[in-house]
Design a protein around this ligand. Structure first.
Ligand SMILES: NC(=O)C1=CN([C@@H]2O[C@H](COP(=O)(O)OP(=O)(O)OC[C@H]3O[C@@H](n4cnc5c(N)ncnc54)[C@H](OP(=O)(O)O)[C@@H]3O)[C@@H](O)[C@H]2O)C=CC1
Ligand SMILES: O=CC(=O)O
Length: 324
């Protein structure tokens, strides 16, 4: 008999067909207040779950007694409690690698847009405010030759640093749990303490995964250690930042500006103060959002789930130790 699978995110038709060849699929086009009860009901029979953008709470875990594998269509897996999944022998699969370069493109776009005030000035042009030669009040800051500080020199951090080093002649410093010899050899990157990075970087760029140690790692104290001319770029997770402290730092000139793809609450509430600040570039969590990359992520997530349901945890499994 085919295993029951609950899919809670739209995926391309050919990938849905592939999933349906081997599984009995119950599909939800995202979870909301209207369909949450039906989703919870469907979980009762589910051996597999696949989707993204949903906090997989204790309530949902309890509603899925037959669950064997969960496949998130993302590389970040902070929506899941890995320890609790592992304790129940449930495999957690994710999509590392396929989105690395696309996400690094987005993050570097934020570096450029924040420094050169691209969205702010483009809006002024559209509003008819370009009425003569522009003066210093419309100038931005250089990117080339400056120092970029990478928080989290993993796959994406390295890809951002590569752009900075080879494309923009930037000096690369990084803060990471372990040393990264490849970055040091190939990009002349220097590992340093968090405090050192904050003091030296012109662009502090967060690509850390969200976990207890990284929650609010950017806060009032750490922001105060940055240069007043520096920019904060967030391509990791919103909750790594105390957003109220960031707003304060941006308003009071503690730092110069910010480029943000991720937020503590997503979608970003329309009344967020961040949206009223001219020195903020805000994107709707589009790090990996290209047609090509989102297809590859869905494909990998489907393959991951099918493999995991057959007991193969050799690829892209966050907790392969559950086998032992
Ligand atoms: N904006 C977007 O759309 C996207 C955001 N992301 C976010 O980016 C994150 C990173 O992705 P990716 O680069 O593929 O992941 P990786 O696992 O390759 O990189 C994470 C890096 O962070 C380091 N790290 C982890 N915890 C700590 C810590 N407590 N202190 C210091 N360093 C730490 C790791 O160090 P070590 O190597 O020593 O373990 C590793 O080098 C994802 O988890 C996700 O949250 C990802 C994709 C798209
Ligand atoms: O935020 C996106 C991810 O893949 O993680």
């Amino acid at each position: 008999m085919k295993p029951n699978v609950v899919l809670y995110r739209k995926i391309p038709d050919d990938l849905l067909a592939k999933l349906q060849e081997q599984c009995q699929v119950t599909y939800f086009d995202g979870i909301n207040a209207d369909n949450r009860a039906a989703f919870i009901k469907a979980l009762a029979e589910a051996e597999g779950v696949i989707g993204v953008g949903l906090q997989f709470s204790d309530e949902l875990m309890a509603a899925a007694p037959k669950l064997k594998a969960v496949s998130t269509i993302s590389v970040g897996y902070d929506d899941f409690n890995v320890a609790k999944l592992s304790a129940r022998g449930i495999a957690l699969m994710h999509t590392p690698g396929v989105l690395t370069e696309t996400t690094a493109d987005t993050i570097f776009t934020l570096v450029l847009c924040a420094a050169r005030r691209i969205t702010e000035l483009a809006e002024k042009v559209k509003q008819g405010e370009w009425q003569g030669s522009i003066g210093p009040d419309w100038y931005g800051s250089n990117v080339h030759g400056k120092t970029i500080g990478i928080l989290g020199m993993g796959r994406i951090g390295y890809a951002v640093a590569k752009r900075a080093h080879f494309g923009f002649g930037m000096n690369v410093i990084y803060y990471n749990r372990s040393a990264k010899p490849e970055a040091e050899q190939q990009l002349n990157a220097r590992r340093c303490s968090l405090d050192e990075l904050l003091a030296d970087a012109d662009f502090v760029c967060n690509v850390l995964p969200l976990m207890p140690e990284t929650r609010h790692i950017i806060n009032r104290d750490t922001l105060a250690k940055m240069k007043p001319s520096a920019f904060f770029i967030n391509g990791g997770r919103g909750a790594s930042v105390d957003e109220a402290a960031l707003v304060e730092a941006l308003k009071s000139g503690v730092i110069k500006g910010a480029g943000l793809d991720v937020f503590e609450t997503e979608p970003l509430p329309v009344n967020s103060e961040l949206l009223s600040l001219p020195n903020v570039v805000a994107l709707p969590h589009i790090g990996s959002a290209t047609h090509e990359t989102r297809y590859e992520m869905s494909k990998m997530a489907v393959e991951n789930l099918l493999a995991a349901l057959k007991g193969d945890l050799t690829k892209h499994c966050v907790n392969p130790d559950i086998l032992r």
